[in-house]
Design a protein around this ligand. Structure first.
Ligand code: ZN
Length: 376
């Protein structure tokens, strides 16, 4: 298993799955290398996740068939996690399993997500939605000899490709006049930059990213930018002053942080400027109404706060705590500890963007802890 970049289509598909009973098991296992680098640490993390999930299945007050289905999903998850735990570039694993839905899906994620267990009628996709929303980045590091490409988002990067210029070296070779030699070197550097730009294009065509950072000696960056395809040049997000041949992915990530932080500020500012204007909703009851009516374009959530609520067992209608029956189909509503999760699920089903608010969390709290921009 390799690290997958989560695509929004796959997350939406998961968000649309719904069983008529509580038979869907969702497991998230954090494999952050800072805590789980060694095989024993990983296998003990797997062990305790499986044990805890087993306890939750027995202790959730479920019917016999539900317990039976969940146990068999857990067994399958256990064999997968014990046999096939990925290592390279995978910082967390998600498993979604439900025998009655014929569902067994595993994702190796490049981000570290907290370990979690959920039992419900649908897969717990909220943590994925938040991960998918992080801006996807490509970073190209280029000097006269080397071109390296990394990709990821604001929290993790990995190296995906590199090219090396087969230059003669910058020392003079015998037999050439100096001007002719310099022209040749300059042509070669240009060719190298073109080759690096080609590598970036191929990688982008395989899997697009939203923004591109360029790192390397300042005097080369302009030349490199001019070799980029127009649709990639549009995505340029900033320059990084890192050492091209020696910088590790973490060094690059650190160099990107000021630009990413500034983007977060800008994005949140744009959204908050619209709040309060027409076509927005704030506070639980307004936002849930808009979600239930499929009118949400962007859902703003506070990752820290949780609020109890109710969800329709049949159609996924989300309502504040204490509501009785589903107004759409009369089915009973079920209590949930945190209505953010079914709200995110509903948002994904209507192709809304889910935005965890970090910079302006206090303002979101003042607006009722949850808000939305609406399509109509
Ligand atoms: Zn309903």
């Amino acid at each position: 298993m390799n690290a997958a970049t989560i695509d929004s289509g796959r997350v939406r598909h998961l968000s649309e799955l719904r069983a008529d009973r509580r038979v869907v098991l969702s497991l998230y296992l954090d494999l952050d290398p800072s805590g789980f680098a060694t095989p024993p640490a990983r296998s003990s993390a797997v062990r305790s996740l499986i044990d805890e999930a087993g306890k939750q299945i027995e202790g959730a007050g479920l019917g016999k068939d539900e317990v039976k289905a969940l146990r068999s999903s857990l067994e399958r998850a256990e064999s997968f996690l014990e046999a096939d735990l990925p290592t390279e570039g995978v910082h967390s694993v998600a498993v979604f399993a439900a025998e009655p839905l014929d569902l067994f899906e595993t994702l190796g994620l490049p981000q570290s997500l907290p370990t979690r267990i959920a039992i419900g009628r649908s897969p717990l996709v909220g943590p994925l939605a938040v991960a998918v929303n992080e801006e996807s980045c490509g970073v190209v590091l280029v000097n006269r000899e080397v071109g390296r490409l990394l990709r990821g988002d604001g929290s993790v990067l990995r190296e995906v490709a590199d090219v090396r210029n087969e230059v003669h070296g910058q020392h003079q070779q015998g037999g050439w006049s100096q001007p002719r030699y310099e022209r040749t070197i300059e042509n070669e550097v240009e060719e190298h930059l073109r080759g690096v730009a080609g590598m970036v294009s191929r990688e982008f065509d395989r899997q697009p990213f939203r923004q591109l950072f360029v790192g390397g000696p300042q005097e080369l960056r302009a030349g490199f930018r001019s070799e980029l395809r127009a649709d990639l040049a549009e995505r340029l997000a900033g320059d990084l002053g890192v050492d091209v041949s020696s910088a590790s992915p973490d060094d690059v990530l650190a160099a990107m942080q000021p630009a990413l932080e500034a983007q977060r500020h800008r994005r949140e500012q744009e959204v908050f400027e619209r709040l309060g204007a027409p076509l927005t909703a704030s506070g639980t009851s307004e936002v849930l109404k808009a979600l239930n009516e499929r009118r949400v374009e962007t859902l703003l959530i506070d990752e820290v706060r949780s609020e109890p609520g109710t969800v329709c067992t049949t159609c996924g209608w989300v309502a504040p705590a204490g509501s009785g029956a589903c107004p759409a189909d009369g089915s009973p509503l079920e209590q949930v500890e945190d209505l953010k999760e079914p709200a995110v699920e509903l948002a994904l089903q209507q192709e809304a963007r889910v935005m965890p608010v970090r910079v302006r969390a206090d303002e979101l709290r003042a607006a009722g802890g949850i808000a939305a921009l609406l399509r109509f």
